[in-house]
Design a binder for this molecule. Structure first.
Ligand code: GLC
Length: 450
């Protein structure tokens, strides 16, 4: 009943709305450009995958991977009671880790909404004994601490009948129905409206699942079989909150209406995954790389592939050297706590950033092509060379498109000797230095390029 009333209400709301500008004519508003600049400088964010799937401790794809029938999976919410969830603690942890924003799953591919949604009963308020809106608590905690909050929102849905035609995934899940695609689009608009009206100012929306509706021949993707109505979805978001940044994990070039571009488990343009975004598709919007702290997005009890703090710091540095933020994921446990080993790594990254944050935040990619042993970031007339391999004795850069004024060791402020010539490029002698096992930073001052 609630659903029917809501649908009636929704159609009157949607059709009564003033004309939404099409994404094709999208010109980012001044607030949006300001938010993009902020995002570009933010450097580091926390990704959170949390849902009723967390109970099973087998990642957020468990419904698909174990082919759990809809009626069985729908029992899960009644066990979801995260009595240890404390939004302030999560936000403080993110802050101590040096993170500037949080992106949390509002609804994942299993179709369960982790917020109070009037568009469905399959949400945290109606279907769990917890009955509290975790996004609301998080929004309040973020607001208090000056952390921006983004919502991950799945386009793909394994639960709803109106997610029809179905996509490539979830094909073995018993009990899926058949409905109308237009209803699904209306449902998403209703939920996005809720997310952009009930939680204060939002950092942005992080879409995922586009690729589910692409044909796949076992080797490569083909055409899309549906219309996602991005013009309308993106237009709605910008109409409700012009500063909210839209991004979509479609692994393609930027679609009009998008404000940032993300790279999943991949440094921009490297396409090491094989399904990543190629270099020639990198857009002129802020970039973000997302990566897991272990091997999973959603809580996985058996996952022992915890990355070391050094590995994580290296990835943060590399992301910055590619001109990108790092969105580092944690999958909180079903009781609402973040795994202690992940908390420890996050705090250690935070300690590193306390000392070396200026070489990451607010930087753009450096002028030198990143190498395995060293990469660079840049802030105005200063280039930071991050030496990730402590066995390096000489830095050799063939192409140096800049005139050098001085070269220092960041920590000790000791001057380093170097040679620069048009023929051989730049050579910096690191032999007098005590190398840091994680990162030795060399500060190169260049003649002003303004
Ligand atoms: C992939 C996965 C999804 C995860 C996302 C995070 O799209 O399907 O489960 O949320 O990556 O980047």
């Amino acid at each position: 009943m609630k659903k029917i009333i809501y649908r009636l209400l929704l159609s009157s709301v949607l059709f009564a709305q003033p004309l939404i500008t099409s994404a094709q004519d999208y010109v980012p508003s001044p607030e949006n450009l300001e938010a993009r600049a902020w995002f570009d400088n933010a450097g580091f964010g926390m990704f959170i995958h949390w849902g009723v799937y967390s109970i099973l401790g087998d990642g957020e794809w468990v419904m698909n991977n174990q082919n759990i029938p809809i009626d069985a999976y729908e029992k899960l919410p009644s066990f979801f009671n995260p009595i240890k969830f404390d939004a302030d603690q999560w936000v403080q942890l993110a802050k101590k880790a040096g993170m500037k924003y949080i992106t949390i799953t509002s609804r994942h591919h299993d179709g369960f909404s982790m917020f109070d949604s009037k568009a469905t009963d399959y949400d945290i308020i109606d279907a769990t004994p917890y009955k509290k809106d975790v996004l609301k608590a998080l929004a309040a905690a973020c607001q208090k601490e000056g952390i921006k909050l983004f919502f991950y929102y799945s386009l793909l849905d394994w639960n709803r009948d109106d997610y029809f035609p179905r996509g490539r995934t979830g094909t073995g899940i018993p009990g899926r129905g058949e409905g109308q695609w237009e209803d699904y689009i209306a449902f998403m608009k209703a939920q996005l409206t809720e997310l952009l009206t009930n939680y204060g100012p939002i950092g942005g929306i992080w879409f995922d699942g586009h690729w589910d509706q692409k044909q796949w021949d076992g080797k490569k993707f083909g055409k899309l079989q549906v219309d996602w109505h991005y013009d309308e979805l993106y237009g709605l978001i910008h109409q409700l909150q012009p500063q909210a940044l839209v991004g979509n994990n479609h692994h393609l070039g930027v679609i009009p209406g998008e404000d940032f571009q993300m790279f999943e488990k991949d440094l921009p343009g490297q396409n090491t995954t094989g399904w990543g975004t190629p270099e020639d598709q990198i857009g002129s919007v802020p970039l973000e790389v997302c990566e897991t702290i272990n091997g999973s997005w959603g809580f996985n009890l058996q996952d022992r592939r915890h990355k070391s703090t050094q590995e994580l710091v290296h990835y943060l540095i590399k992301a910055a050297a590619y001109g990108s933020n790092l969105l580092l994921n944690v999958g909180p446990m079903p009781n609402g706590e973040i795994q202690p080993e992940h908390q420890k790594s996050l705090l250690e990254i935070g300690t590193w950033l306390e000392d070396y944050g200026p070489t990451i935040y607010g930087t753009s990619k450096g002028p030198f092509t990143p190498k395995d042993q060293y990469v660079s970031t840049r802030k105005g007339d200063v280039i930071y060379i991050h030496v990730l391999d402590p066995s390096v004795k000489i830095i050799h850069l063939e192409e140096v498109p800049v005139k050098i004024k001085s070269i220092l060791h960041y920590d000790s402020r000791k001057k380093l000797s170097y040679k620069q010539s048009a023929k051989f490029g730049l050579q910096i002698d690191l032999s007098p230095l005590q190398m840091d096992q994680t990162d030795t930073i060399i500060e190169v001052r260049i003649a002003s390029t303004n």
